[in-house]
Design a protein around this ligand. Structure first.
Ligand SMILES: [Zn+2]
Ligand SMILES: [Zn+2]
Length: 351
């Protein structure tokens, strides 16, 4: 199938219904100003924002919640009741799926506690969570903007990092990417997303108060572009299902728009008239597939095959592939991590 529509959006957002500083209308206006078309609000253990779900000024507002025990946070989507956070991760993940929902493991690789945040890492990376149930997959927040930034915050650099936040970013951790690749290689298909983890906290500063970071600013950073065959529907329930389906199937890529937007990249595998892109599985003959990529900017691009770099180039790539595996694209601008796609899967029929 061809996906001719690309919809930028953001997820992992906190509002005044938990510890964010913005109301849903304010957050929605910030998303609109940043050019986003969909946002997913995930307040801590609360679905209080649900009455606001729907289309507002061209932005589809979806309301899920973040399950937040002391460690092991999980973004629960498509459930209509708050899931009790006082359970073991395996139990609350099971409950989300038993209720017909699905979810995303949040900021899995936090390591540092600073004055600004506790460490909320995902403790048990062997938990039987990243495993599709009833066709519903699990996602991994491959890059969490706040987590990345706060991990690099020290008392000496804190004011510098407030004003030049890009200094505090280093991208997804190598361990998270390796975990993601391992899951997909073992057949536990796991989709990847970027989360802004927006709070717009008001923090005291020597001169008064700073807001870390305003929603409008954050919405110009980690953006998930969804690939859709049809435009988002005017009926918000149908449109919400379109967003969930595209996320779950891994028909998306994430970009840090601080280093440039990427509205129309190509990443495809072709063999004759067969055509595959992110989220697709190419099966069939051992005839090679031609992988091509174009990220539309002079970025350093790498094709990652089963967790290792297979080939690299500037802006474009072409590579013939005859091996089964998990193939995804990464791109860097000025040495900084910029773009990560979900994989194309290659499976071969046994002769
Ligand atoms: Zn969290
Ligand atoms: Zn959060």
């Amino acid at each position: 199938m061809r996906y001719n529509f690309s919809y930028p959006g953001a997820l992992h957002i906190h509002s005044t219904y938990s510890d964010g500083s913005g109301t849903l209308p304010q957050i929605c206006a910030a998303a609109h100003a940043a050019g986003l078309r969909w946002i997913i609000i995930t307040d801590h253990d609360s679905l209080a924002g649900r009455p606001y779900a729907g289309w507002h000024d061209g932005v589809l507002v979806i309301v899920g919640h973040e399950i937040t025990p002391d460690h092991n946070h999980f973004l629960a989507l498509a459930v209509d009741q708050v899931v009790d956070p006082q359970q073991q991760p395996q139990q609350f993940i099971n409950e989300v799926y038993a209720r017909g929902g699905f979810g995303i493991i949040a900021h899995p690789d936090e390591r540092v506690t600073t004055h600004f945040k506790e460490c909320y890492r995902w403790d048990d990376w062997t938990v039987d969570g990243p495993r599709p149930r009833a066709g519903r997959p699990v996602g991994l927040e491959v890059w969490n903007l706040m987590s990345d930034w706060a991990e690099h915050l020290r008392s000496l650099n804190r004011y510098l990092h407030f004003f030049v936040p890009a200094l505090g970013l280093s991208g997804p951790t190598a361990e998270t990417l390796a975990w993601w690749d391992r899951l997909n290689m073992s057949g536990r298909r796991t989709f990847g997303v970027g989360g802004v983890d927006a709070h717009a906290f008001k923090q005291p500063a020597p001169w008064g108060e700073v807001e870390v970071f305003p929603y409008r600013w954050l919405f110009g950073t980690l953006t998930n572009y969804l690939l859709l065959a049809e435009p988002l529907h005017t009926d918000p329930d149908v449109a919400t299902r379109q967003v969930y389906t595209a996320l779950g199937e891994g028909r998306s890529y994430l970009v840090n728009r601080m280093d440039g937007a990427a509205p129309a990249i190509t990443f495809t595998a072709q063999r004759g008239d067969e055509w595959y892109t992110m989220g697709d599985t190419a099966v069939g003959t051992p005839e090679p597939l031609l992988f091509t990529a174009d990220v539309g900017a002079d970025a350093y691009v790498r094709l990652i095959a089963n967790g290792t770099v297979l080939t690299s180039g500037v802006r474009r790539l072409r590579q013939s592939i005859a091996e089964r595996g998990v193939y995804r694209l990464e791109a860097y601008v000025g040495g900084k991590p910029w773009l990560f796609t979900n994989p194309i899967y290659v499976e071969l029929e046994q002769p």
